[in-house]
Design a protein around this ligand. Structure first.
Ligand code: MSP
Length: 514
């Protein structure tokens, strides 16, 4: 079996993640489930990033120790990932002792081989992003990434000589067009950061202590990004001169999935650290776009934050999975509002998917007491439908391989829509009135069940609970894809998949709650 290692960014344990941060784990989950379905041996890693100045400040403000603070948040983040029904194989934490020890040995190795040296840092620091900036990089005196306040800092620090690896990295990126996706992010990295020349990176902090201590200089802690990025290798058994079999099996990762704001850390700093450790680079880094609230950045201060668990309480897990996976296109930001969620549920999930399954199962029960076979009496409308059924697998695969997850979902819904249209074209209720059209009616229903079965197989990675409910109603565990000519279906009773929502009523209820 071919292996597939996929990771998400590890979430900061500074505050509860909102639906935007939660999007990434759902996206990774859809890809991981899809690869498993395609027969890959998948390893899917996620977790929490628990050190740094911001977390120390938050813990102090709350009057608890940083460890207590991160324990609570890491548990909460894991709970939310579980609420979203994500199938990660390992949930890692950067306060894990084994991880900390390997980070210390990585830092020592880089120091011993002369990649890291001691100096003094003077510049600007953005605590929420845990990022260093020069005067000229600031935009209107603010952090160019998050637009927040930066503070002047001067402290004794260790530095990594990034410039030493710069040309090698540029060549690598140019020789490996698949390495950074989407294309626009790659150009941004080359033109904005690599071509102008890399500054040495400050890789330790000495003005606070919530971090991994530098073994040979205890007043320093390892810069949070070096600590965090290393999670991708420390948790699969990497060690500086004694890596495990497990490490050799999984590394290099096939896909690091990260948000567009941290693509720089993953396509410049991380590859350079790996080059310095003499390790191969991950095969691909995908910088996904963001989910915005009504086209605006979600933030507590703006009062526009939506949380995944609240949304799941109102709408159900698969509706929210569908919304985020479908609504965030490949390269541009997506948006979320209650209005839009309700529109999608009513339009796509209830009208197109729910209705099709419900109507079809009900008709099979009504006209054939639940059992139909293919009577092969064709209508003029069959070939178009059967053709779409047969092409679905290939279309979804092509789009998933390009990480166009929203488009993959569109292909499935194209078949579902076509199937509803097929019902309108063939009008089973008219066929049912004529005794000599019985075989034709049975064939029509058979074709519809085939379409539903193939759509449900393809939907499994995105909406696992819904697919399971469809398989239950079809009473099958046959996962053959493509149109099957001689199957017999014995369906169960119809169970509604998605209820239509009364928009005004629900919006009012939501407003009253807030
Ligand atoms: N701890 C770092 C990652 C270290 S990885 C070695 C971090 N954490 S985070 O909690 O701030 O963000 C986690 C992920 O959520 C990041 O990939 C980030 O880009 C993503 N998102 C944050 N806000 C988002 C949206 N509004 N929409 C989509 N993704 C978003 O960064």
């Amino acid at each position: 079996m071919e292996k597939y290692y996929i990771s998400t960014a590890i979430a900061y344990t500074s505050s509860k993640p909102h639906i935007g941060n939660t999007y990434e784990i759902v996206l990774a989950d859809a890809i991981a489930r899809y690869k498993r379905q395609k027969g890959f041996d998948v390893y899917f890693q996620t977790g929490t990033d628990e050190h740094g100045e911001k977390i120390q400040q938050k813990a102090e403000a709350k009057g608890v120790s940083p460890q207590e603070y991160v324990d609570e948040l890491s548990t909460e983040i894991k709970r939310i990932w579980d609420v979203m029904n994500t199938s990660y194989d390992k949930f890692v934490r950067t306060t894990d002792k084994k991880h900390e020890e390997v980070v210390q040995r990585i830092f020592e190795k880089l120091y011993n081989q002369g990649d890291i040296y001691k100096g003094t840092y003077e510049g600007w620091y953005c605590t929420p992003c845990e990022s260093f900036w020069t005067e000229t990089q600031l935009e209107d005196g603010k952090c160019p990434d998050c637009g927040g306040e930066v503070k002047k800092s001067k402290e004794e620090s260790y530095f990594f000589k990034l410039s030493k690896y710069q040309d090698r990295l540029i060549k690598y990126i140019e020789d490996h067009p698949e390495f950074i996706k989407p294309e626009s992010r790659k150009n941004e990295m080359i033109n904005n950061f690599l071509k102008p020349g890399l500054q040495d990176l400050c890789v330790s902090r000495s003005s606070f202590d919530w971090g991994v201590p530098v073994t040979f200089d205890k007043k320093h802690v390892v810069y949070v990004w070096i600590d965090a990025l290393s999670n991708y290798i420390t948790n699969i058994g990497y060690d500086v001169d004694n890596s495990s079999e497990e490490f050799n099996k999984w590394w290099p990762a096939d896909l690091h999935l990260v948000g567009k704001d941290i693509i720089r850390f993953h396509t410049i700093y991380w590859p350079i650290i790996l080059m310095a450790l003499d390790l191969p680079l991950p095969k691909q880094v995908f910088g996904h776009p963001w989910l915005l609230f009504n086209n605006d950045k979600m933030s507590k201060s703006k009062g526009n934050v939506m949380y995944a668990d609240d949304l799941v309480d109102i709408f159900g897990v698969d509706a929210i999975r569908y919304y985020v996976l479908h609504e965030i296109p490949y390269a541009n930001d997506g948006t979320i509002t209650y209005d839009l969620i309700i529109e999608r549920i009513n339009g796509d999930l209830a009208n197109v998917l729910g209705n099709l399954v419900n109507r079809t199962i009900a008709m099979v029960n009504k006209y054939f007491e639940g059992t139909v076979t293919n009577k092969n009496t064709s209508t003029e409308f069959d070939s178009d439908l059967i053709d779409l059924i047969n092409k679905l697998d290939e279309k979804v695969e092509k789009r998933m391989n390009a990480l166009e997850v929203g488009a993959a979902l569109d292909s499935i819904f194209e078949l579902l829509r076509r199937s509803n249209k097929y019902i309108d074209e063939t009008t089973p209720w008219t066929l049912a009135k004529e005794e000599d059209k019985k075989d034709q009616l049975e064939t029509v229903l058979y074709n519809l069940l085939e379409s539903i079965r193939v759509a449900a197989i393809n939907l499994e990675s995105f909406l696992p609970d819904t697919s399971a409910k469809i398989f239950d109603q079809l009473q099958i565990d046959n996962k053959t894809n493509g149109f099957v000519n001689d199957n017999e279906y014995h369906v169960g009773t119809p169970v509604p998949l998605f209820q239509r929502i009364d928009k005004d009523k629900l919006l009012e209820e939501i407003n009253n709650r807030q």
